[in-house]
Design a protein around this ligand. Structure first.
Ligand code: HEC
Ligand code: HEC
Length: 225
């Protein structure tokens, strides 16, 4: 009788273990990283790395000097290149997946090289992206809407004011501004000595005015200005 009971308990335990065993599925296989030697890469071009980082909006989540924001710090990443590449190729929401068609291995390699040489505490270098460069004396930007977000991140305003102009620890929210443009411009220019991004050398009045309209309309990620 006692033995039968023990057997029954054993059987129940085994069945339960079986169930648990089935409930825990093994993790789906993750794509294995291709060794760097198999990738056929040219020596990296650091400057291209920085501009690709801006062009593909990595900057809006990882910050202008890749010191972290919505996404983690990437400057001086300790990942080796194959694993870095694997992370770039796969989506880790909210990080999108980047296909080799939109961002070839070589560009990722350049980004990786740029990230490795960023000094801790480095000030962002002031390079405005070509799409928003204004010639001296030029009074208007090209006709037609410009994606507000591309000005916003291209000019690295997101690094301090937040990816969606929602404000961050170091700078106020600017989405949905209700003060007149002139006031905002004046307030911004006042701090140009400490914040080079606020200077007229960096963001021309003409560009600022367009960006201001986008901010005033709520800084919609897909909105134009
Ligand atoms: C929409 C925001 C967003 C964009 C755009 C974005 N990332 Fe990320 N990224 C993240 C977040 C958030 C994580 C962390 C995800 C997690 O670990 O759960 C991440 C993680 C990573 C990681 C892994 C870091 C680690 O140490 O594990 C790499 C590498 C990376 N991103 C590179 C890039 C590159 C390169 C670009 C541009 C080509 C880019 N990301 C664009 C948000 C973003
Ligand atoms: C290095 C961080 C940093 C960057 C980059 C930056 N800002 Fe600022 N911004 C600030 C801080 C801090 C303030 C608040 C200054 C104060 O009130 O003394 C501010 C204030 C402003 C104001 C005035 C808001 C108000 O009512 O007080 C405007 C407008 C503005 N920034 C626009 C921009 C734009 C546009 C960009 C991108 C070209 C930008 N900022 C980039 C830090 C930054």
């Amino acid at each position: 009788m006692k033995r039968a009971l023990i057997l029954l308990i054993l059987l129940l335990l085994l069945t339960a273990a079986g169930c648990i065993g089935r409930a825990i599925q093994p993790a789906p296989p993750t794509p294995t990283a291709t060794p760097a030697s198999a990738l056929n890469l040219a020596p990296p071009a650091v400057a291209n790395g920085q501009s690709q980082f801006q062009k593909h909006q990595c900057v809006s989540c990882h910050g202008p000097q890749a010191a972290g924001g919505v996404g983690p710090q990437l400057a001086r990443t300790t990942l080796d290149f194959p694993h870095f590449l694997e992370k770039v190729r796969n989506a880790i929401p909210p990080k999108p997946a980047y296909s080799p068609q939109e961002l070839p291995d070589q560009d990722v390699y350049d980004i990786y090289a740029w990230l490795q040489q960023i000094q801790a505490g480095a000030k962002p270098t002031l390079i405005a992206p070509p799409a928003v460069q204004v010639q001296p004396g030029q009074e208007t930007l090209p006709d037609g809407p410009i994606l507000g977000m591309s000005l916003w991140t291209g000019l690295r305003c997101d690094g301090c004011h937040g990816a969606f102009a929602q404000g961050a620890a170091q700078a106020p929210a600017l989405a949905g501004l209700s003060y007149p443009y002139e006031r905002e411009r004046a307030k911004m220019r006042q701090t140009a000595a400490e914040i080079p991004e606020h200077s007229a050398d960096f963001i021309h009045d003409v560009v600022l005015k367009r960006l201001y309209q986008w901010l005033q309309q709520g800084a919609q990620p897909l909105g134009g200005c």
